[in-house]
Design a protein around this ligand. Structure first.
Ligand SMILES: Nc1ncnc2c1ncn2[C@@H]1O[C@H](COP(=O)(O)OP(=O)(O)O)[C@@H](O)[C@H]1O
Ligand SMILES: O=C(O)C1=C[C@@H](OP(=O)(O)O)[C@@H](O)[C@H](O)C1
Ligand SMILES: [Mg+2]
Length: 168
């Protein structure tokens, strides 16, 4: 089974994904790390050098052309499902899981680590909360196409594993 974790920045795709993969005995792939490896720089540096549109193209290519093992957990980037035909591609090729959280909870979590996220790096808590509220409105139509939606607050890897296994 190929499990694609989707959801806004900070919902826990990378952290929970790695632990979930270990629990299932599956490989773990973080698409952002994969992109960083292929372009030879951090996501932040790539955004600064080439802009967001170039990043989205590269993200699509990486998502859709990666040679996934048959059993894996994939942490996507927060924007990945929301561009091109990526969400349809994900649903055709795997089981998608949306880790849902409110804008306020996401903003609290993202306070540390925002320097690594080019879309957030210059914002304070208030700006970040309203930016996330607006972005979630745009992105939810894509996220909500996931096969399974789970609440990301206090979500443990064991909970996530149980919810996914119950749903498939
Ligand atoms: N289930 C969780 N419970 C509490 N904190 C979490 C959880 N998952 C992630 N975090 C914390 O939230 C931040 C963002 O997590 P990360 O996995 O990078 O999110 P994403 O990949 O979805 O952007 C990190 O500081 C991480 O330690
Ligand atoms: O939501 C987004 O547009 C982005 C999310 C990031 O991944 P995480 O969701 O893992 O932070 C990363 O792909 C890039 O900074 C853009
Ligand atoms: Mg991540």
């Amino acid at each position: 089974m190929k499990i694609f974790l989707i959801g806004f920045m900070g919902c826990g795709k990378s952290t929970l994904g790695r632990k979930l993969a270990t629990k299932l005995g599956y490989d773990f792939i973080d698409l952002d790390h994969q992109i960083e490896k292929l372009v030879g720089m951090s996501i932040g540096a790539y955004f600064a050098a080439n802009g967001e549109a170039a990043f989205r193209e590269f993200e699509r290519k990486t998502l859709q052309e990666f040679n996934y093992p048959s059993n894996c957990v994939v942490a996507t980037g927060g924007g990945a499902p929301c561009y091109f035909d990526n969400m349809a591609w994900i649903n055709k090729n795997g089981t998608s899981v949306y880790i849902e959280m409110s804008a306020a909870a996401l903003a609290r979590r993202l306070e540390s680590g925002k320097e690594k996220r080019p879309l957030l790096k210059d914002m304070d808590q208030e700006e970040m909360t309203s930016f996330i509220e607006k972005k979630l409105e745009e992105r939810n139509p894509f996220y909500l196409q996931a096969g399974l939606k789970v609440n990301g607050i206090s979500l443990t890897p064991d909970d996530l594993r149980a919810l996914i296994l119950a749903a498939v």
